[in-house]
Design a protein around this ligand. Structure first.
Ligand code: HGY
Ligand code: MN
Ligand code: MN
Length: 412
């Protein structure tokens, strides 16, 4: 591998610079349309401009740079990833892909290709602040409805108001959508967020597919009451009902391969040690590479929730907050990415993604490809998320080689 790690070093330095924009000291917390997101967008826009791309922030809060091809207005290869994070997450998830894309344009040093390149720092892949997700990439893919912006965060801030305050415009979200004819494809560099590459001693992997996912916000309404006086047989305990659902999601998903289910958020309204919980809220996240497996599991869990509700005399309100079908990466892009990996003497390794990505949304607009980067212990969505400068350098070189091969092949 290259002794010269300058590409990787600059990207890693910039990850650290961006990691300063966090609402938490432990790990990275950079939520959509937050002050930390704004600071990151402004710095990334500077780096895009310095790399030769006029940069702007679009109506939904994505930061976008465009590098023209051999003549103005050519179809563009889209590159990038997201700048938002989960709470107390890692600093590479998303950010790595944005910075690798900028580095890919910067090293061209004015050399023009037979296509343009557009680099995106998407604003809301994680969907942690508002009960929705993938806002930025969905707007680019043209799959959003105006009602998407009517949701509120836990503090009651409406997404459309937060977007206006950020400098965006929810009434102009359609202006962000790209036409299929103007786009060559989308490539995203991203940490693997799993242990496969590390276990096999491989620095990068070529993604073949991205698991489909369904996410729900669930409210349980029972009856609150005095913890000391209401007999157990007369209780309509919202939290106990929620807990039964949590274990049911785990049981159902444990019972089948290629299926995962998670309840990652839960809270009790007006909770107190001496009060029977009257209302509880929780999330459900179900994923599978096979859409039928995911949908059958959701139907089964729905029936089980109904039975729990009637037995416990509580009411469940279930709202789907997002759903994306599994996405197959372009066979052509897989081939080109494998050739680029092999070019550096690395045995190409195909890998499927259990995590969701902006690429699965862009897959509704154009052909997509992803390059995974090995991460330590497979850990992600945690402060311990860690990658090496060597692997980042390799990933940048593979991306550059992919883009150059696409230009040589005249694929437009
Ligand atoms: O949830 C996911 O898979 C992604 O990290 N947003
Ligand atoms: Mn993530
Ligand atoms: Mn991510």
């Amino acid at each position: 591998m290259n002794a010269d790690l300058r590409l990787g070093e600059e990207v890693m330095d910039r990850v650290d610079e961006l990691a300063r924009f966090s609402a938490s000291f432990e790990g990275l917390t950079r939520l959509y349309l937050s002050p930390q997101h704004r600071a990151a967008v402004d710095l990334v826009a500077e780096w895009m401009t310095e790399a030769g791309m006029p940069a702007s922030v679009d109506a939904v809060g994505n930061v976008v740079g465009r590098y023209e091809g051999q003549e103005p207005g050519l179809p563009a290869l889209l590159l990038g990833s997201h700048l938002d994070s989960v709470r107390n997450g890692g600093k590479y998830d998303g950010t790595l892909g944005v910075l690798a894309a900028i580095a890919c344009v910067k090293r061209l040093e004015g050399r023009r290709l037979p296509f343009a390149i557009e680099v995106f720092g998407f604003g809301d892949e994680e969907g942690v602040r508002f009960p929705c997700a993938l806002t930025g990439s969905s707007a680019v893919a043209g799959t959003l409805e105006r009602s998407h912006f009517d949701v509120s965060d836990a503090d009651g801030v409406v997404l459309s108001d937060a977007l206006i305050e950020f400098g965006g415009d929810p009434d102009k979200f359609e202006s962000v959508a790209r036409n299929r004819a103007d786009v060559l494809g989308y490539i995203e560099v991203h940490i693997e967020q799993g242990p496969v590459l590390e276990n096999e001693g491989i620095p990068v992997g070529v993604v073949t597919s991205i698991a489909g996912a369904s996410r729900f916000a669930v409210s349980v309404t029972g009856s609150s009451g005095h913890a000391g006086t209401v007999p157990m047989s007369m209780r309509e305990d919202a939290l106990a009902a929620a807990a039964e659902v949590v274990l049911d999601v785990e049981r159902r998903c444990r019972g089948q391969d290629h299926l995962v289910g998670t309840v990652g958020q839960m809270n009790v309204e007006k909770g107190a040690p001496n009060v029977i919980p009257g209302t509880a809220h929780f999330s459900i996240d179900i994923r599978s590479p096979d859409d039928e497996v995911r949908k059958t599991a959701i139907d089964d869990i729905g029936r089980s929730i109904e039975a729990i509700g009637s037995r416990r005399r509580v009411r469940f309100d279930i709202r789907r907050t997002y759903e994306y079908p599994s996405c197959l990466c372009s066979a052509g892009f897989i081939e080109h990415l494998e050739a680029a990996v092999a070019h550096f003497g690395i045995k190409p390794r195909q890998i499927s993604s259990g995590a969701g990505h902006d690429a699965m949304v862009l897959g509704e607009l154009t052909r997509v490809g992803m390059l995974f980067v090995r991460c330590k212990g497979g850990i992600s969505h945690a402060p311990e998320e860690s990658i090496s400068v060597q692997d980042v350098d390799t990933a940048c070189r593979v991306l550059n080689s992919f883009v150059d091969a696409l230009a040589t092949a005249g694929e437009t």
